[in-house]
Design a protein around this ligand. Structure first.
Ligand SMILES: [Fe+2]
Ligand SMILES: [Fe+2]
Length: 197
């Protein structure tokens, strides 16, 4: 591929991720408000602050490349945010909402990780090592944010959501549960007998 082709790709992807980060600065404060677990609230809040730094770095990149600071609507991020919001609005309790929020936020992080990894590589290929270093700094922060979300999910949020699901199944009176087991048991016996005949 011609180098100017790669440069065009870099510029397009730069505009895309700039818009994606801008969308996130609008979406994250709403998630912070909706989060129940304090660990999740704090993680989202600190990533909102980091996201502002990511935007500042991208503006430095535009400047270093001699380009006007201008984004181009990132459809990918728009749909990720919309899908996340749909799932959040369907959650029926706090723990489930937190679990869904973590899932949505991690999908966003993975989108960003893919984008920054790509433009870091392209910048290096074009010999723009200063720009590549700025992308690399953000890439590491996105990866760290993703790891933090995994830790929170594993530590308790998903466990609590699973327990909430179990509770609903147990709402049936115990006697009826036992009765059903007994029926299943007797059928099992009957089936065994039938098999032997
Ligand atoms: Fe970011
Ligand atoms: Fe991020």
């Amino acid at each position: 591929m011609a180098m100017d082709g790669l440069q065009d790709l870099l510029h397009d992807e730069l505009k895309d991720i700039y818009d994606a980060e801008k969308q996130l600065t609008k979406a994250l404060p709403k998630l912070v408000k909706k989060a129940s677990a304090s660990e999740l609230k704090e993680a989202l809040q600190s990533h909102l602050e980091e996201t502002q730094v990511h935007i500042d770095r991208l503006e430095q990149v535009f400047e270093q490349l001699g380009l006007p600071v201008r984004g181009k609507k990132c459809e990918g991020m728009q749909h990720l945010i919309a899908e996340g919001n749909d799932m959040i609005s369907e959650a029926e309790d706090d723990a489930t909402r937190d679990a869904v929020m973590i899932a949505g936020a991690q999908k966003v992080e993975h989108y960003e990780i893919a984008s920054y990894g790509t433009i870091r590589t392209w910048a290096n290929l074009l010999g723009k090592t200063n720009v590549a270093a700025l992308f690399e700094d953000t890439l590491e922060e996105e990866k760290e944010a993703d790891r933090k979300l995994t830790d929170i999910a594993e530590s308790f949020v998903n466990v609590v959501a699973a327990a909430a699901g179990d509770d609903q199944e147990e709402e049936e009176p115990r006697s009826r549960g036992r009765a059903r087991k007994a029926i299943r048991g007797s059928r099992g016996v009957a089936a065994d007998r039938g098999g032997r005949r």
